[in-house]
Design a binder for this molecule. Structure first.
Ligand code: PMP
Length: 392
């Protein structure tokens, strides 16, 4: 059968890396490749209690169709949480989505025409590039350094005609870097001055190891910023629950688009999550996630220090799930991955995270799903391999 694929479907290619990474599911491979949270942090008991309560007391509405905007009381809860961040959020400004990944798709549908300019970080979240690319934008990669976006790179010529800037200020996927406050303020000032929409994708904001928070872009430019949040990294990603916070006209448009996509986010999931979060569960739960991730991050940093040869560089994240490694320029991390799999260790090559001009000597390490002893072993294997490649 010759399927009559659409132009956009034809443009999709399946990633060679994804194929290579399939083997990482084998138990003897130490994988730093997955972008998954640690299953040890999943709130199994709280889910059991809340599920029983929802089915016992409100099964009818939990199992029925619901509003496209999302469950009213959960929208209220999110609005109240965010209102503490400095800029008030009204429940009407909150839209529940099927993970924040869906929010990226809805935003792309709302704001991107073929050839529209979209500004992204260098590098940026691969899943956002996949969501946006279906709508055929022209990407402009905005210069960034180890602390994130450089506001001075957003010159009037770069901003001209841009539909939005996609930004990840907190513990970015893939680099783990966090944007300093002064840069947030500068970005917000640019957004306000030029009326530049910013999509602020923030699934990792709560995962600051010290428990401190820098002002969100939304709190600094509430009119221009579309904020994306998610329960994936603070509860569990299998729930597929995320949200958008934005001004009313944009939310109204996203609601129309969401109706066409899936009518609404599952009622049952929203009610269960509401039962959990409205009892203050996250206040007790998140510090445990932070402590676990901080410990594993320290273990990986110590192992890198010990096992990586000279000329290899990496950042020291203050939160989140990732470390970004820059190898000497003579090395290509995609080629290295094939060798690494043979040594039973895996990572994600950095190249796919660049919208334009990939840097092949970079790679992403995820440390949260691996026990500290195995982290040491895995980094030792990787260090040996890099040293061998450099030594010729
Ligand atoms: N944005 C970023 C930066 C992410 O890292 C992820 C998850 N890998 C997502 C969005 C999607 O998350 P969700 O599970 O909420 O769809």
């Amino acid at each position: 059968m010759q399927w009559p694929f659409s132009r956009r479907a034809k443009a999709l290619t399946s990633s060679a890396i994804r194929e290579i990474l399939k083997v990482t599911e084998q138990p003897d491979v130490i994988s730093f490749a997955g972008g998954l949270p640690s299953a040890a942090t999943f709130p199994v008991e709280a889910m059991q209690v809340a599920t029983r309560k929802v089915l016992g007391e409100q099964a009818e509405s939990a199992l029925q169709y619901g509003p496209s905007e999302g469950l009213g009381k959960l929208r209220e809860w999110i609005a109240k949480e965010y209102s503490r961040d400095g800029a008030e959020v009204r429940p009407s400004q909150v839209l529940l989505t099927t993970g924040s990944q869906q929010a990226l798709d809805l935003i792309a549908k709302a704001l991107i025409d073929p050839g529209s300019r979209v500004l992204v970080e260098t590098p940026t979240y691969l899943g956002a590039l996949q969501a946006f690319s279906l709508f055929e934008p022209e990407y402009v990669s905005v210069a960034s350094d180890e602390q994130g976006l450089l506001p001075e790179a957003l010159t009037p010529e770069v901003i001209e005609g841009a539909r939005f800037l996609y930004a990840l200020p907190n513990f970015q996927n893939p680099t783990g870097r966090r944007l300093p406050l002064a840069r947030r303020e500068a970005l917000a000032a640019i957004a306000r001055e030029h009326d530049l929409p910013i999509v602020e994708d923030d699934p990792y904001g709560e995962l600051d190891y010290q428990g401190e928070r820098l002002a969100s872009l939304r709190s600094l430019a509430p009119k221009q910023v579309i904020h994306l949040g998610s329960f994936s990294k603070v509860l569990a990603p299998g729930l597929r629950l995320g949200y958008v916070i934005a001004d009313d006209p944009l939310i109204a448009k996203l609601v129309q688009i969401k109706q066409a996509a899936d009518l609404h986010t599952p009622s049952f999931t929203q009610q269960v999550i509401y039962e959990i979060v409205s009892q203050g569960f996250l206040t007790g739960h998140i510090p445990g996630i932070r402590a676990l991730y901080a410990e594993r991050c320290r273990a990986m940093l110590a192992a890198l220090e010990k096992h990586m040869p000279a000329g290899v560089h990496w950042n020291r994240p203050e939160g989140g799930m990732f470390i970004w490694v820059t190898l000497p320029e003579s090395l290509d991390s995609t080629e290295l991955l094939t060798e690494a799999i043979r040594e039973r260790v895996a990572f994600v090559p950095g190249a796919p995270f660049y919208a334009t001009a990939p840097q092949p000597n970079t790679l992403r390490l995820s440390f949260v799903t691996v026990e500290p002893a195995r982290i040491g072993e895995g980094i030792q294997r990787l260090g040996r391999l890099v040293a061998r490649q450099l030594g010729g």
